[in-house]
Design a protein around this ligand. Structure first.
Ligand SMILES: NC(=O)c1ccc[n+]([C@@H]2O[C@H](COP(=O)([O-])OP(=O)(O)OC[C@H]3O[C@@H](n4cnc5c(N)ncnc54)[C@H](OP(=O)(O)O)[C@@H]3O)[C@@H](O)[C@H]2O)c1
Length: 304
């Protein structure tokens, strides 16, 4: 039983991990950029920013195991600070793009995660690296259109994805945090249990909220423009890569791995279960929620 620090405790995976580690860690410290009242109250809360090394030094002090998000600009010094403060085990939230996308593609999402994985290794940590493929939480981007118009507009409704529940990623993270001896030095490619078309995902959300939702096909260019507007806008380049990836996955089936099953001993949750768990976000009466991070320029599945 270890003293554990969860960074990104306001994020979808970090928050789920915080709840899973409550009562299990000998001491649980949660890091957020600003103080928030909606985190587990029986844990210590600290504020800090990956880019502010002094704040991270305070956050790492006395912690044995750390769950780390990959920062927007990975910096080797962050890991050096962790090592100096006595952190022995790192569980890194990386991305499947590290193994799915060729280095020649110069994909910024893959490069960012590769860079962070390298820093973790070079700092000498026997880390556990989690590489989720597509997070089911990406579908929350549809919430506004579903609430307002009972519709989802996408360029390729037949595009296949294999989304994983954020709490399933947190489940693997919790195992790794609490048992570094068994999981240190290993990496896991995490997927959902079966590929599903976007159309089928929209139907599952409709089923969860008891309402029929139209899955409307729009031109690729209109989709890119839509994704590069609004509060959680991404750059045109990233939007174009995502749309190209959607087209590609109308022809290629995404991977299904057994990594979750191997660690947890049961299959990951089906998308239909994720939809039920998040039905409140899609109901017409739902209060619109701001994205967890204001700017998520590289959110979304790995693209190539
Ligand atoms: N989307 C996908 O399909 C996909 C696929 C593979 C991998 N991934 C990985 O998973 C991540 C998304 O996970 P998620 O959905 O749990 O994320 P999320 O809900 O967007 O949360 C991100 C967390 O990171 C924190 N954070 C951001 N910048 C920070 C900084 N400079 N210093 C300290 N904390 C900071 C945020 O804190 P604040 O609340 O203060 O903003 C927030 O708690 C992606 O960034 C990527 O690395 C995603």
């Amino acid at each position: 039983v270890l003293a554990c620090l969860v960074t990104g405790a306001t994020g979808s995976i970090g928050r789920a991990l915080a709840w899973r580690l409550r009562c299990r860690a000998s001491h649980l410290r949660l890091l957020a950029r600003t103080r928030r009242g909606d985190l587990p109250i029986d844990a210590e809360q600290v504020t800090g920013d990956f880019a502010d090394l002094a704040s991270m030094e305070r956050a790492f002090a006395g912690m044995e195991a750390v769950f780390l998000y990959t920062p927007a600009c990975p910096d080797a010094r962050l890991l050096q600070v962790a090592a100096r403060q006595g952190v022995r085990h790192v569980v890194l939230l990386s991305s499947a793009s590290v193994v799915k996308v060729a280095p020649e593609a110069a994909n910024p999402v893959a490069e960012r995660h590769r860079g962070m994985e390298r820093h973790v290794q070079q700092a000498g940590f026997d880390a556990t690296v989690l590489r989720p493929d597509t997070l089911a939480t990406n579908c929350l981007a549809w919430a506004d259109e579903i609430r307002r118009h009972a519709r989802v507009s996408v360029p390729y409704p037949a595009s296949l994805r294999n989304p994983i529940h954020e709490d399933d990623v947190a489940h693997v993270a919790a195992r790794a945090m609490l048992d570094p001896g068994a999981f240190g030095g290993r990496s896991f490619l995490l997927t959902g249990p079966q590929p599903l078309s976007i159309q089928a995902q929209v139907e599952a959300i409709g089923h969860a909220i008891g309402q029929s939702i139209e899955c409307r096909q729009i031109p690729a260019q209109a989709a890119i423009e839509g994704m590069s507007r609004g509060p959680s806008a991404m750059t045109v380049e990233v939007a174009a890569r995502l749309v190209a990836y959607m087209e590609k996955t109308t022809r290629e089936r995404p991977a299904v791995t057994a990594d979750f099953l191997d660690v947890i001993g049961q299959p990951p949750r089906r998308f239909a279960e994720w939809a039920v768990d998040h039905a409140h976000a899609f109901r017409p009466t739902a209060v619109p929620t701001l994205p967890a991070s204001p700017a998520r320029p590289d959110a979304g599945p790995p693209t190539d």
